[in-house]
Design a protein around this ligand. Sequence first.
Ligand code: ADP
Length: 517
Amino acid sequence: MKQSFRSITILLTVILLLPAFFFSGFELFQMNKNEKEIENIYSKQLDAILFSINLYSEDIINSWASKIRLNIKPDDKLDCINLKNILSDASQIRSVVFSNEIKNQRLTVCTFDSLCNLKILTNEINALLKDSLKKINKLKSYYKGGYFKIEQLGIGHVTNSEYIIFLFGNDSNYRLCMLEIDQGKFIKELLGQKIQVTAENNLNIGVVNHNSGKLLYSSGALTDSSELQVKKPLWLFPQYEIGIKLKDKSIQVLSKERNRLNLFFILLADFVFILGALVVFWNIRKEIRLAQIKSEFTSNVSHEIRTPLALISMYAETLEMGRVPNEEKKKEYYGIIYNETQRLSGIVNRILSFSKIEEGKRAYIFTSVKLNDLVTKIMQSYNFHLKNKGFECQINLSQDLPVISADAEAITDAVINLLDNAVKYSLNEKYIEISTGSKSGYIFIEISDKGVGIAKEEQKLVFEKYYRASRGNLAHFAKGTGLGLTIVKNIIDAHKGKVGLESKPGEGSKFRILLPV
Ligand code: ADP
């Protein structure tokens, strides 16, 4: 049997558990891969949003530059009032500065800022132009190639303005134009609108000073720039960065939550698999045990029937042949035949009774029963048998027991089964005690013997059908079907009672039938 259990365990592990574990491992691996991919997609989407905002700011400045290009010729005398009209919607421009010659850097300034300090402004631009010769040459070559472009010239350290530079005019005759832009105003007033529209309800977008880390503008309730997940520089305002955050939960939190949920389901699936495998294992084990017990039952029953049949046949044949010397012997042989027939009918009755119980066909007739009377009646007819087998019998009846409603015949069956067992499983010390009593809502009959006892681990099993205890017990040579205690249990269950067992191998057993009052 142990061998078959080992094979089942190996089979179940290979068929059910290993695939489950491989599947879980694969799922976990996939989960991590998927999460990374999702994070990647999210961050690409956020990148695209930031890109569109950058593009928008470039478009605005391009549109201002185009207005200047279209309305002013390189040779025109600079008319600041006209320029103001042209750029009437660009309140973020503080000044427009023109230069004809790059080398001698003669600047013409139109400022729209009443607080503008012309000296500081021209100094800042001259310094930046000096450092940006390469950039200007590039603009020139673009321009010659027919490609109009704006560039970031630099930041004025005193004015804190952003200078944008572009060329206008024609191939041979062109001018440099610088726009002095108020960075804060541009970001708050112009980019702000775009940021609000882009952010809608599910994003927080903020503009942060790259050096100080301070938030200049935010679309929502952002308090700290560190909350922003993806940050990109603003192309035309390199002092600033634009960052983005999902409003409710960050991608990391969302992906962690998903991970946790997935992990929970994978563990749950594993748990169900293991549970399923265990249930299958238990069922198979039960079936194997039952099959084995059934085959033992068949051989036990055949064995138990064979002995009385052989005896009956032998004595009947001797009688028939007239070989019995005297009347006394004849009487003895008749007695043996009678006893063996009784034994046979006992076995058959037990099996029939069990099969009736199994089919749920045993009908119980409940009447008022006085337990002490019932025990006395049983002992009157059983005492002879006990004495014959050399048993000492002690009866202790507790007085004033309440009358209960029970099937007297069924209870008698149960008690006789227990007495039979007490006789069967007593070796040297032939002592049986039968007592009645009451205990917390129950009255009971107790049958104790000083027989072989039952090992602790088998005490629950002995009530299972066909089960015969084998350890330190007489079962292998005391005949039986393994049905007696099952019948007892079923009868008492039908009375809503309980069967108790206390036993120690080598010291004896005490069975207690408890019936509700
Ligand atoms: P059977 O006696 O026909 O084998 P039972 O169902 O009556 O079947 O009992 C099941 C098993 O319980 C027995 O095989 C025996 O090992 C054990 N058993 C029952 N009663 C006693 C007892 N009084 N003392 C020791 N063992 C017992």
